[in-house]
Design a binder for this molecule. Structure first.
Ligand SMILES: Cc1cc2nc3c(=O)[nH]c(=O)nc-3n(C[C@H](O)[C@H](O)[C@H](O)COP(=O)(O)OP(=O)(O)OC[C@H]3O[C@@H](n4cnc5c(N)ncnc54)[C@H](O)[C@@H]3O)c2cc1C
Length: 398
C-alpha cells in the first residue's frame, strides 16, 4: 500500500482504529468535520469487551486513571426492587474484565493523546467519495481532496461514507427520546459503585443513575415520544421532574442538581442490518456500520472491537478488499446481534402501562444464568486474543 489510509470521523471508533493501525505500523490520517476534537457526550459504560480492547491497545492504566469501577449494574422498579442485575465481579471472573464508567470525552482524549499529532486533521467535512480501481478519492467541504489506498467510514449513525457507497438507508426510530447529563452530585445511595436503571410505569420511561467518580453522576431519562420534538428552553429540568415524579426523592435530587445546559437530548435510533460493510477499498465501522440503541450500553464497546479487528485484518492482508472481508466475517454477526438484543430491550420498555405489572414478576423469575448466557455472547472476545497472537510485535497488553 502506498498512500496513507483514510479514516473519516474522529469519534471513539475512528480514533481507536487510527491507534490500532499506528501500532501495527500502518499509516493513516483521521479526517474529522468538527473544528476540534472537543468535549461532547456524557457517560459511557465500558463493558468487559471494551476493556479488553483497551488493554490490547496498551491503554488499561490510562483508562483506569480516568474511569470509575462498577461493582453491579441493577435494573429495578421505581421502588428499588431489582428486576435483573449484572455482577461485575462475576464478569471479571468469566471474561477477565468487569465494568467501568468513563466520560466519552475522556476516552476520546486518551485515544487522541496516544496518536501522533499529524494523524488527525480537523475541520475536514467529507462531501464526496469516488472509488477507483486502485485508490479512493475523498472530497472535503473546504474544496480540498485526498487519495487513499483504503478508506474507513467511522463517521457515525448518519454516515456520509455509508450513503456514498450504499445509498441512503432509513434509520429506525425506537419510539424513545433520551436526555443525558453528567452532574456534580453525590450518589443518593450508600452504594458508590452500583449503577441503577429504574423502569417506570409508562411506555419508555426509565431513569439511570450511574456513578462516575466521587461526587459525579451520569444521569439519563428516557420516555416514549415522537421523534424531533424540541424542548422549551428554561423548562427542561421542571419537565423531567414532572415526568419522573413516580421515582421518588433520589431521582428528584439528582435532576434538581442538573443545569439545563448540561442536559443533551437525543431521539434513539438504530440502523437496520446492512447486508455488507464494505465495497472494494471502503469499509464502515462503529455506528456507521451498526448504530444501536443504547439499551445494552454497547455502541462504543462494539466500535472499539471493530477498530482492533479491522487493524489486525489490514495488517494481515496485502490488499484492503480481503482484509475488509475478514473483518466483516469476524465482527458482523456479533454486532448485528447486539443491535437486535438492544432493540428488543427497548421494545419491552415501550410496553403499555397496563402490561408492566404483569411483565415485572416475569422478569424477576428469569434465572441470572439465562440472562448471563445472552449477554455472554456480546461480552466474549476470545477471537481478539487470536488476532493479537498473530502480531507479536505489538505494545504489551496492559
Ligand atoms: C443516550 C446514549 C447513551 C449511550 N451509552 C453508551 C454506553 O454506555 N456504552 C457504549 O459503549 N456506548 C454508548 N452509546 C453509544 C456510543 O456513544 C456510540 O455508539 C459511539 O460513540 C459510536 O462511535 P463512532 O466512532 O462509531 O461514532 P461517533 O462517536 O458518532 O463519531 C463519528 C465522528 O464522525 C464525525 N463525522 C460525521 N460526519 C462526518 C463527515 N461528513 N466528515 C467528517 N467527519 C464526520 C463526527 O463529527 C464524529 O466525530 C450511547 C449512545 C447514546 C445516544
Amino acid at each position: 500500500m502506498n498512500s496513507p489510509g483514510i479514516i473519516i470521523g474522529g469519534g471513539i471508533g475512528g480514533l481507536a482504529t487510527a491507534l490500532a493501525l499506528h501500532q501495527r505500523g500502518i499509516r493513516t490520517i483521521v479526517y474529522e468535520r468538527a473544528t476540534a476534537i472537543r468535549e461532547v457526550g456524557a457517560g459511557l459504560v465500558l463493558a468487559p469487551n471494551a476493556l479488553r480492547v483497551c488493554a490490547q491497545l496498551g491503554l488499561s492504566k490510562a483508562v483506569e486513571a480516568v474511569s470509575w469501577p462498577l461493582s453491579r449494574a441493577v435494573v429495578a422498579t421505581t421502588d428499588g426492587r431489582p428486576l435483573t442485575m449484572v455482577d461485575a465481579d462475576a464478569l471479571a471472573k468469566q471474561f477477565g474484565y468487569g465494568m467501568r464508567v468513563i466520560h466519552r470525552s475522556a476516552l476520546q482524549k486518551l485515544l487522541l493523546d496516544a496518536l501522533p499529532a499529524e494523524a488527525v486533521q480537523t475541520n475536514k467535512k467529507v462531501i464526496g467519495i469516488t472509488t477507483g480501481r486502485l485508490a479512493t478519492q475523498i472530497a472535503f467541504a473546504d474544496g480540498s481532496a485526498v487519495d487513499g489506498d483504503f478508506v474507513i467510514g467511522a463517521d457515525g449513525i448518519n454516515s456520509a461514507v455509508r450513503r456514498a457507497i450504499f445509498g441512503a438507508k432509513a434509520l429506525r426510530y425506537s419510539g424513545q427520546t433520551c436526555w443525558r447529563a453528567v452532574v456534580d452530585c453525590a450518589l443518593p445511595t450508600a452504594q458508590p459503585h452500583q449503577s441503577v436503571e429504574y423502569w417506570g410505569s409508562t411506555p419508555g420511561l426509565r431513569v439511570g443513575l450511574v456513578p462516575m467518580e466521587a461526587g459525579q453522576i451520569y444521569v439519563f431519562v428516557t420516555t416514549a415520544a415522537p421523534a424531533e420534538q424540541l424542548d422549551t428552553p428554561g423548562t427542561v429540568v421542571a419537565t423531567l421532574l414532572e415526568l419522573t415524579r413516580e421515582f421518588g426523592p433520589s431521582v428528584a435530587e439528582v435532576l434538581r442538581a442538573c443545569d439545563e445546559h448540561q442536559l443533551s437530548r437525543a431521539d434513539l435510533f438504530d440502523l437496520p442490518t446492512l447486508p455488507t460493510w464494505s465495497a472494494r477499498s471502503v469499509a464502515l465501522l462503529g455506528d456507521a456500520a451498526h448504530a444501536t440503541t443504547p439499551n445494552l450500553g454497547q455502541g462504543a464497546c462494539q466500535a472499539l472491537e471493530d477498530a482492533y479487528t479491522i487493524a489486525a485484518c489490514l495488517a494481515a492482508h496485502d490488499a484492503p478488499a480481503p482484509a475488509f472481508a475478514e473483518y466483516q466475517r469476524l465482527r458482523k454477526a456479533k454486532a448485528d446481534l447486539t443491535v437486535q438484543l438492544s432493540r428488543q430491550i427497548g421494545q419491552v420498555v415501550n410496553l403499555p402501562a397496563w402490561l408492566k405489572p404483569l411483565l415485572f414478576p416475569v422478569l424477576r423469575m428469569i434465572p441470572p444464568a439465562i440472562s448471563m448466557k445472552q449477554i455472554s455472547r456480546v461480552y466474549d472476545t476470545q477471537y481478539l486474543d487470536k488476532l493479537r497472537a498473530s502480531t507479536p510485535s505489538l505494545p504489551a497488553s496492559s
